[in-house]
Design a protein around this ligand. Structure first.
Ligand SMILES: Nc1ncnc2c1ncn2[C@@H]1O[C@H](COP(=O)(O)OP(=O)(O)OP(=O)(O)O)[C@@H](O)[C@H]1O
Ligand SMILES: [Mg+2]
Length: 426
């Protein structure tokens, strides 16, 4: 209950902290206590992140192999694991009360984006045509549709990155904040995570850089990493934070939630809700879009249709439960990272070709693994038959071989499983 640090340090040799209803007793001075508490939080944070990843992996596995009889046992064991898991809690820092407010920007014209008869073709493949849409200042809209229906393509047209037919008018005084996958490539490799943000943050938000980094899963020492060592997902996340701290009045976010966990999605969503500019979000994430957008543009069959109302109205109208039903949800993080890599420097088309090549390679791996599993299983069966005979049962070498085969089988199954996961996610 005292706020005088020097005083506390001189009189205490023991510090008791109450956090999230748990009492922690440290037999140290206050200064050291602060240090220890920080360490403990960092440990918790790491453990929490590991656990989240474990949970996500298990859930993904269950989804993928739910209907595969050969995987029934593994699926069951993962379901059990999930039931048993005790969620790790990270002591409260400021994350829960974290409110991100976009820096103010100049007011834009009344109509940030107007499309009139916009069309885009690659060779004789027409991605879309006859696109008419008007986005007013302050509106928040979603672009939804199956993979490959042209959402990113229209975004690129709006950004003036690719040529197109028709008329596209960008309003007055528009400052666009664009979040795309290649956004992550624009970061400076030699700078740390912390400094990347420190370099763009201005105003009162500067005092909260560490909180912001923490809220987007760069807690603790992660802030000191150089950008060049970050994974594709981490780079994307960092690019997102940077965007949030730059003044804009039109945000165009192409699948912004791909690399975020639930907590950071919430922070992002609240920030967008509080943003008084105009927003276009491309997303397959129903929960994220809910309560965020008031208009939905549906991309399908070469056309773009406008639906007034939120995402639930849209789904209801379409008789869908889920956006995944009109478009497969974007794949696992691993795929995303692979796609990020694939599209770095190349265009989508090249990336897709690369994807095809990878698919064939993985399919071959799956087939090979499957054969291997079959072969070992057969050998095991043979030995089991042997072992059930009186002579076989007395042969120690046989038992040894049997044990080894069981191990081989487990390993081969693991490889098979990994190949399948890789394959399904492509
Ligand atoms: N450079 C290119 N050359 C040829 N075709 C391309 C090129 N870029 C994109 N396409 C094609 O245009 C179509 C639309 O692609 P786009 O990336 O806009 O889809 P999307 O709706 O954003 O899909 P997703 O939900 O997967 O992100 C696809 O069929 C794609 O193969
Ligand atoms: Mg896209």
């Amino acid at each position: 209950m005292s706020h005088d640090r020097a005083f506390i340090n001189n009189v205490t040799t023991r510090t008791i902290e109450i956090s999230c209803g748990v009492i922690y007793d440290y037999r140290v001075k206050y200064n050291e206590f602060v240090e220890l508490r920080k360490e403990r939080r960092e440990q918790q944070q790491r453990a929490y992140e590991n656990q989240q990843k474990e949970i996500a992996d298990a859930k993904e596995f269950i989804e993928r192999f739910r209907y595969k009889p050969t995987k029934a046992v593994q699926v069951q064991s993962r379901i059990k694991m999930l039931e048993k898991i005790v969620p790790i809690e990270v002591d409260e820092v400021d994350n829960k009360t974290m409110r991100l407010k976009f820096p103010p920007a100049i007011r834009s014209g009344n109509y940030p984006v107007i499309c009139e008869g916009v069309a885009k073709s690659y060779g004789d493949h027409t991605v879309f045509s006859g696109v008419d849409l008007t986005i007013k200042r302050g509106e928040k809209v979603a672009f939804v549709g199956r993979n490959g229906e042209g959402k990113t393509t229209l975004v690129k047209c709006i950004m003036g990155e690719i040529p197109f037919d028709g008329t596209l008018t960008i309003g007055h005084n528009i400052q666009i904040g664009y979040y795309a996958q290649n956004q992550a490539q624009l970061l400076d490799d030699e700078v740390t995570v912390h400094d990347t943000i420190d370099n763009v943050a201005t105003g009162p938000i500067r005092t909260r850089i560490n909180d912001i980094l923490g809220a987007f899963m760069f807690g603790g020492e992660a802030g000191q990493k150089k950008v060049k060592v970050l994974s594709g997902g981490e780079r994307s996340r960092l690019a997102m934070i940077r965007l949030l701290l730059t003044p804009n009045n039109l945000l165009i976010l192409d699948e912004p939630t791909n690399h975020l966990d639930m907590a950071s999605k919430d922070v992002l969503k609240e920030a967008i809700q509080a943003f008084d500019g105009t927003v276009i979000v491309v997303s397959h994430d129903r929960e994220f879009l809910d309560g965020l957008v008031s208009k939905v543009y549906e991309f399908a069959d070469g056309k773009v249709r406008e639906h007034l109302g939120g995402i639930y109205d849209f789904l209801q109208k379409k008789n869908l439960d889920n956006l995944a039903d009109i478009g497969r949800m974007k794949g696992a993080p691993a795929v995303q990272a692979a796609q990020d890599k694939a599209s770095a420097g190349k265009d989508d088309y090249e990336a897709r070709k690369e994807q095809e090549r990878r698919k064939r390679k993985v399919q071959k791996k799956i087939d090979d693994c499957e054969k291997e599993v079959e072969r070992i299983s057969k050998e095991i069966k043979d030995i089991e038959e042997w072992l059930s005979t009186p002579t076989g049962a007395q042969n120690p070498a046989m038992f040894e071989a049997y044990g080894k085969l069981k191990n081989d089988l487990a390993e081969a199954e693991k490889r098979w499983e990994e190949a399948m996961i890789e394959g399904e996610s492509l």
